[in-house]
Design a protein around this ligand. Structure first.
Ligand code: DQQ
Length: 547
């Protein structure tokens, strides 16, 4: 019908309808970017999983193609689950998990039917090859999946990493092959952990210590580290470890300082994302990451709107010069969507102030702000028990108790009426812990929507910056109707939110505010906000597909 769907996004990747989850097999090939994704072709809830497929020239506008992988063979008749793409002799090859006719997780391979078609419309799954890896022995057939992009070793063998749960121990199994078709499991896993149950969607890649450029997955020389990234089924969060890859032993060795305790590991995004996947973009020599952002409303709402799930806006990722943290930043192509801009410079945000940013529409916007602190005196102390669960500390911050330094930050998607009945807060507060200053970043969703059945958690994280040095903290926020992506301190700490404002249903516009509830005045060094254009995302175009 003609009813407006206020939750639908304008520049985030989503199919025109139905269910989407994990991003799969992203790649750049013959002038086009490809993104596949876990897709239910017949409904808005998880099930009947196939690989949806879209292409783009700029990673912003997307053309929808037909399914790349469908459930047609005994080795994937119950689902084409997550996987990756590897370039083998210049041609893309898919490795993916099939749910077979015995309901087992098996690994399969698929090849382009015609590698000279830049759209890679058809894929073949040779039955004399498939399945290429089967569970058995110590491998649980329910927990054996998500083959990573392959990498090639000095010894002439390909490798791929597969997630598995071995009686409560998470293992990233390593398989080797000379021809990419026949695979043998290595005696030792690439990595294992006792702390956390099944690891899904392993992503293993080199990162440079001296540049933001991305690296081909097979690089293992020079000034580099390796990153092992994965999703924990237990917490539905993505984590990563930085370390080295010993190619002789075929094991990943996390850097010193990591404990086998997932609560201490860096979280890729402290908000609401899962099952992320990165790839090396040979065109611009960078590594790009997508993550699935699930809905936070009810299944009934998803059925009503006919769709569920989006991808984050693509992010370039690289290793911080400290060699410890991944940095994530929306790819530069986002600038093509910028429309009108408003700006604040050296704006004094006094204690207790709330100031509206006017002049642009802010339900589809990009906000960049830098807060400057005149001093760190008066920072509150906090209990060490919060170190492992910063969201608890965030939960205790309420508008009525005036803090020391902060909370200051943004209110987004606010109903433009007195009292701000609906609003989402993204803010900072500076604490002192022993003799160290720490920046807490929080998102409050408790007042984000008046709609019922919506999950409205509080998210929190400590931002990895030394605030005592430059006394500044930056925040970049992408607002797109029902999703808000936040990047603190230049992309060191990310927090993605789902927000379902109700006020827009009655034609009300959404407001954007800067605020400061701390007792210390804060200076806004600079704020730039752009209204964003609508991208062309997966509008079915039969002419494009058949050309
Ligand atoms: N989603 C896929 C699995 C993967 C999970 C199934 C992670 O392959 O482990 O849709 O979200």
């Amino acid at each position: 019908g003609n009813e407006i769907d206020p939750d639908r996004t304008a520049f985030h990747f989503q199919p025109s309808k139905n269910w989407l989850n994990d991003p799969n097999g992203p790649m750049y090939y013959k002038g086009l970017y490809h993104l596949f994704y876990q897709y239910n072709p017949v409904g808005p809830l998880w099930g009947n999983i196939t690989w949806g497929h879209s292409v783009s020239t700029d990673l912003v506008n997307w053309e929808a193609l037909d399914l790349a992988l469908d459930r047609t063979d005994p080795f994937d008749i119950n689902g084409c689950w997550s996987g990756s793409v590897t370039f083998v002799a210049g041609e893309p090859v898919i490795l993916y998990t099939g749910i077979d006719d015995k309901q087992r997780n098996v690994q399969n391979i698929a090849f382009p039917k015609n590698g000279s078609d830049p759209l890679l419309r058809e894929w073949v799954k040779p039955s004399d090859y498939n399945p290429i890896m089967v569970p058995g022995g110590d491998i649980d057939p329910d927990n054996f999946r998500d083959p990573s992009t392959g990498w090639f070793g000095q010894d002439g063998y390909w490798r791929t990493a597969v997630g598995a749960n071995m009686k409560g121990r998470a293992e990233i199994l390593l398989y080797k092959s000379q021809d990419f078709a026949n695979w043998t499991r290595n005696e030792f896993p690439l990595h294992e952990s006792l702390s956390s149950g099944m690891w899904e969607c392993p992503d293993f890649f080199p990162v440079s210590l001296s540049s933001r450029d991305g690296l081909d997955p097979s690089v293992n020389t020079g000034n580099i580290k390796h990153v092992l990234k994965f999703g924990l089924m237990k917490t539905l969060r993505d984590y990563y470890l930085v370390g080295t890859y010993d190619e002789k032993k075929d094991v990943f060795i996390p850097d010193e300082g990591y404990e086998d305790d997932y609560r201490t590991w860096p979280v890729l995004d402290y908000g609401h994302i899962y099952a992320s996947k990165s790839f090396f973009d040979g065109k611009k020599k960078r590594r790009i990451l997508w993550s699935w952002v699930n809905e936070s409303d009810s299944e009934a709402d998803d059925i009503k709107k006919g769709w569920s799930g989006i991808q984050t806006f693509p992010r370039a990722i690289w290793l911080d010069t400290n060699g410890k943290q991944l940095i994530q930043w929306p790819i530069e192509e986002i600038k093509s969507l910028r429309k009108q801009q408003v700006q604040l410079r050296d704006f004094e945000l006094q204690s207790g102030a709330r100031h509206e940013i006017t002049g642009i529409s802010t339900s589809q916007a990009n906000v960049d702000v830098e807060f400057e602190l005149p001093s760190l005196e008066g920072a509150e102390l906090f209990d060490d028990s919060f170190l492992l669960d910063p969201s608890k500390l965030c939960d205790e911050i309420t508008p009525s108790d005036k803090g020391g330094i902060g909370p200051f930050g943004l209110l987004v998607l606010a109903s433009d009426v007195e009292g701000l009945e609906e609003h989402t807060g993204i803010f900072f507060k500076v604490y002192k812990n022993s003799d160290k200053y720490m920046v807490l970043m929080c998102s409050h969703l408790r007042s984000s929507s008046r709609r019922e059945g919506v999950y409205k958690p509080t998210f929190g994280a400590f931002v990895g910056v030394d605030i005592s040095k430059d006394k500044r903290i930056s925040l970049r926020t992408l607002i797109d109707h029902s999703v808000v992506e936040n990047f603190a301190a230049g992309g060191r700490t990310c927090m993605t939110l789902r927000v379902y404002p109700k006020h827009v249903l009655t034609g009300q516009t959404s407001g954007l505010y800067v605020f400061n509830l701390g007792s210390l005045d804060v200076n806004i060094k600079e704020l730039n906000a752009w209204e964003m254009a609508r991208a062309r995302v997966n509008i079915r175009n039969d002419e494009f597909i058949s050309k």
